[in-house]
Design a protein around this ligand. Structure first.
Ligand SMILES: Cc1cc2nc3c(=O)[nH]c(=O)nc-3n(C[C@H](O)[C@H](O)[C@H](O)COP(=O)(O)OP(=O)(O)OC[C@H]3O[C@@H](n4cnc5c(N)ncnc54)[C@H](O)[C@@H]3O)c2cc1C
Length: 413
């Protein structure tokens, strides 16, 4: 038997599966250059090739594919926002996720187990009512539930009436869930590469070349690359890269941390989040608890995790689940998030012709990976921003036409 195993291992007839083709030389020009090999950049590349036949595309990634915020997020997928424009947009993404494993032939471990958000104040109850009505109007599954229904959904939730922040009601969103973030990036990367998209890792964009108000290419640490279209999809580096094109974005960058515990027997089916306690918890297929909260309170380009955030996240989580007190933490990490004033993304046109923005994804962009790729590809192919992206255009900040989602984003992501 050991001999058979060795023979199998060394046999040239059983080569290791290669998900991505071997890297090619960087060419001097492409139709479309995508800066950033995270989920958004890769999804855009995939949709360009698959649905618009545009394959003369390269993705330039300074690190490794999916190694930015795509690798760091807590994988919450939902559409229970406040404005109808956002609900419709994120609902399109939820629907794309529902079929994504089939579409890409890649297991995303998508699990639509529902999301429960807790209200601890009358003001939050009022906002939840609004969100429930807007969600229903847009055709999504969402409803207000009372304390008994909450306890039925999550029997182990600690909810005494005399708690510091008593649970008053809940917003139940059966369409909410999670997916395996790495697989989303790898799935898009693999299928895009099969259709001819070039993926260049360890290739940093260091400048953007503009002539007569139109983008003509990028500078990289491997030389210049010409392009008819350039898309920036660099999440926490949005302001830095946009500045290379001479564009100032209304974005501030904050670290956002999360952590994961040792595996436990399954006890928590839905995702549970509380904006008053600034924490949310979900249990992975492996049994680990993924715990997250709000952004750090200061602007910083750093991915170091901190003790004070860990302490406060743990304290708040224990108010909801006190029996976790003896559980051990396995890991804690941080990403840099590009926060807009209205907690909605910036997508579509920039002041530079054919330089397209996919930015402002803050703490909420993983769930939008399929729809942003689909709609950015449509934008580039038609050189026209589709209606669904109009609410997220950059110039809304000049016209004060905001898509305010602060109340629906906070600690729920
Ligand atoms: C702790 C944490 C928890 C989160 N939880 C959730 C959640 O539960 N649900 C949700 O929807 N969202 C969540 N988010 C937000 C989400 O992770 C991001 O919005 C999303 O991943 C953005 O995807 P992206 O592809 O745009 O960015 P990224 O995955 O960050 O990809 C951008 C890439 O650009 C590359 N890059 C940057 N500069 C350059 C350059 N000059 N040249 C070349 N490449 C460059 C980077 O290396 C990076 O790989 C969370 C974020 C964090 C940090």
């Amino acid at each position: 038997m050991p001999f058979g195993l060795l023979k199998y291992g060394f046999s040239p007839g059983y080569p290791a599966r290669r998900d991505l083709p071997a890297p090619k030389d960087l060419r001097s020009g492409y139709d479309v250059v995508i800066i950033g090999g995270g989920g958004h950049g890769l999804s855009t590349a995939y949709h360009l090739a698959r649905y618009w036949g545009i394959t003369n595309v390269c993705v330039l990634e300074k690190g490794y594919l999916g190694g930015g915020n795509t690798a760091r997020n807590t994988a919450v997928i939902r559409s229970n926002y406040i404005t109808p424009e956002s609900v419709r947009f994120y609902d399109e993404s939820v629907k794309l996720y529902e079929n994504l494993a089939n579409e890409l032939g890649y297991n995303m471990m998508y699990s639509q187990r529902g999301q429960l958000t807790l209200a601890h104040s009358d003001a939050t109850v009022r906002t939840f009512r609004l969100r429930a009505e807007v969600g229903k109007l847009c055709g999504t599954r969402i409803e207000m539930i009372d304390r008994q229904q909450i306890q039925d959904l999550v029997p182990c939730l600690h909810m005494p009436e005399d708690a510091r922040y008593p649970v008053l009601a809940g917003l139940w969103h059966p369409d909410g869930g999670t997916g395996r973030h790495d697989s989303v990036a790898w799935g898009y990367a693999r299928r895009a590469a099969e259709m001819g998209v070039e993926l260049h890792q360890r290739t940093e964009v260091t400048g953007v070349t503009v002539e007569k108000g139109r983008v003509t290419g990028v500078e990289t640490d491997r030389g210049p690359v010409r392009a008819n279209h350039v898309v920036q999809a660099v999440a926490g580096m949005s302001s830095v890269v946009a500045k290379m094109a001479g564009i100032a974005l209304p974005i501030r960058s904050f670290p956002l941390q999360a952590m994961v515990t040792q595996p436990l027997k399954p006890f928590l089916d839905p995702l549970v989040s509380s904006s008053a306690l600034h924490c949310y918890v979900s249990q992975t297929a492996r049994g680990e608890l993924v715990i997250g909260g709000g952004s750090d309170p200061y602007e910083l380009y750093s991915t170091r995790s901190t003790l004070d955030l860990k302490e406060s996240l743990i304290a708040h989580t224990l108010e909801l689940f006190p029996f976790l007190a003896e559980v051990r933490l396995l890991r804690q990490w941080a990403g840099i998030t590009d926060m807009t004033p209205d907690y909605s993304p910036i997508m579509g046109e920039s002041p530079i012709k054919n330089y397209w923005l996919d930015a402002g994804w803050g703490t909420w962009g993983f769930k939008a990976t399929p729809v942003s790729g689909k709609r950015m590809a449509e934008t580039i192919a038609n050189e026209k921003v589709p209606d669904i992206l109009q609410p997220f255009r950059l110039d809304r900040f000049a016209t004060f036409d905001l898509a305010n989602e602060m109340g629906a984003t906070a600690a729920s992501h």
